[in-house]
Design a protein around this ligand. Sequence first.
Ligand code: ADP
Ligand code: MG
Length: 503
Amino acid sequence: MLDLTYESPKPKTIAGATGDWELVIGLEVHAQVASQAKLFSGASTTFGAEPNSNVSFVDAAMPGMLPVINEFCVAQAVRTGLGLKAAINLWSAFDRKNYFYPDLPQGYQISQLYHPIVGEGEVLVDMGPGVARMVRIERIHLEQDAGKSIHDMDPHMSFVDLNRTGVALMEIVSRPDIRGPEEAAAYVGKLRQIMRYLGTCDGNMQNGNLRADVNVSVCRPGDYEKYQATQDFSHLGTRCEIKNMNSMRFIQQAIEYEARRQIALIEDGKEVVQETRLYDPDKGETRSMRSKEEAHDYRYFPCPDLLPLEIEQGWVDDIAASLPELPDAKRERFVTDYGMTEYDASVLTAEVESAAFFEEVARGRDGKLAANWVINELFGRLKKEDLSIADSPVSAAQLGGIIELIGKGDISGKIAKDLFEIVWTEGGDPAAIVEERGMKQVTDTGAIEAEVDRVIAENPAQVEKAKSNPKLAGWFVGQVMKATGGKANPKAVNDLVAAKLGL
Ligand code: ADP
Ligand code: MG
């Protein structure tokens, strides 16, 4: 049961010379399907393989070769659609999008223009505790990726690597519901998170496995609401599309630059031309790549090599039944089950592996304390050493053991940090380490009392001062803690010092 009471963030406003402007953004995200084989051939999709080693006759477009659809890729697209609460189309079809490109040997890309496999869905984009934007998904279609042209290896020649040719992509098209650069990045982040939970795309942006075409326009305050009411685009400005962005930072920078460029044009009495642009991260600007192309420019037609794709509702239902708990639901559950803040819950559920690790740490123990330790000590330390949770030297069972010792009052929080350090570097069972190295907290008030008495007897001058200034009691507590190697129960020390000094 997901609590959908959230507040919508304010749209980003840019002050122009003639008044305020708002941004309108729609994204076309290309997500590489996590699959070992390509969409229409059995060639491997392994990243970083020797150039042109993962190329079948189908990918190389040898005459007479026929594409055969990869059922697993279709299942992955359906799984993604279900994860985005989208309609699944039991009947879809592939079209040829014709264009020439040196890294596209077929001379066309097989895509789904008219009948995509996934229809309308929605994504809740988190913008901070209790603040979120619902972004509608228009469609998801399956298509082939192209190869790679390499222009920087030789001054006179270009090279082509066809390893990527024919790899399955899901193109996820949003409605223009995104209202600022941060939201655009957060939207891509949320898609990435959901797909990583689903296991349908690894989300590796560096390798180009997740990239976005960003459509940007500007409008006057109030115009967007008119569009929302009628879904009539005529109130909105002309958009430009910035191609192929594979960095969250660049997506934000490009949107910001592009919006300002459009505002300057309009305020100058000029027109925004609908076109495709490229972002240059070195210069921090977008530049024109080509004028906007329309469907007819590509001479789309149904691909004669492939039958329409018909899937059965029962098959879709089986996939639906196998979906894991998704990020929004997990976050809500963490808040209710463990009593943690929404912020902590979103940190812990950012990656499915972290969430699973946390739940193992917290099982049967103090959830809030476990959350604290996983987020602050463990994540902090992993980040410092640039390690992922899978490579954590401290296992969930070990961290759970430490938390159990704190819970039982066997060790103080401070000793627990030392213990964490020992387990991190040397490994071992936390309870056994505490036993062997005499790290157990002293709760025996008799022993603590003796130390308190000793410190008071040895420091008469401090005692006088503390009597007129109770804040100085802390100094005595510090001395006792030091003398006991930090093992005295701090609360017991505090109480005894206060009592003995008559505070
Ligand atoms: P086309 O068919 O010309 O590619 P689409 O309707 O498929 O156009 O839209 C492509 C993308 O552009 C979608 O993500 C959509 O949300 C976005 N988009 C449409 N209108 C606008 C607008 N006025 N401003 C920003 N983005 C827009
Ligand atoms: Mg389009």
